[in-house]
Unconditional design. Sequence first.
Length: 326
Amino acid sequence: MKKTLALVLAFLMLLSLCACGAGSKGGDSSAATESIQEAPAAAADNGYGGLASYSSDISYEYAEAEEQNGSGEAETAEVDPDKIIYSGEAEVETRDFDDSIAKLMEMLEQYGGWIESSSLSGANYYSISRGNSGNRSASYTLRIPSQHFETVMNSLSDIGNVPYTYTYSENVTAQYYDTQARLTAYETQEARLLEMMEKAETVSDVITIEEKLTELRYQIESLQSTLNNWDRQVSYSTLRVGVTEVGEYTPQPQQSYIQELWQALTGAFKDLGRFFKNFLVFLVSAIPTLLVLVVLFFIFRPVYRKVKARRKAKGERGKTGKDNEK
């Protein structure tokens, strides 16, 4: 009986010791938690005590913003992983210049594009009258919505012969999201500095914070401008199109050697025919000028003869006088 009672008492003492140990540990934990929670409040109650004490807080906020933006970048990349700038060039030959330009403008309107720049050149009446070719040409820099860029490139053959096309792309995904992350980090730092500005107590602290804000805002505007420029280029692709009026289309390269020789021979005869045609046009356009020159020739010819005769007679009289003196 006594042995049983001793065992029960020993078991109860062991339980009480365990309970006391657990209570001591719980008290230490709660005390530690309270000290951690009170630390920021104590730091806030201390005031500024100089701007240097807040530099570590700003650095922490900046690093935290970068970390958050890193995760945000991954989420954004899942939604829109690619930031690709598409561009292209094309040369179009046409026998009906006005109709091709009209079709190009219709295509541009159909797909929601717009003209960034354009130029038009061609021989004027004077150059045509001098025998030069009257072929016209136009150059356009077009902005096309990126989702319709490939469709427009493939549709250029509807307005004329397309002997040359070239497309290229630039992937700016990594640079875009890196710039976006840096922008968000700078904005977070700006917000932190504005909070510090409200709590500033000395003039030197205010001046230092304003200088830092000026630098930050310059960086923010620069990064935002870069992002806006990339957004415009990604949303609207650039297409440079040259339209040239020709008499004959450029032959396709899939030709045999005999076909190339025949093409060269026929081309030479066509060029010769165009030369005589332009020369005839020049002669016809020069007829009025030739008529005026002929009339002037017959008007001034008698006068010229009289002047020449008088000079000759005067010269003979002078020669006769010298002979008499001798």
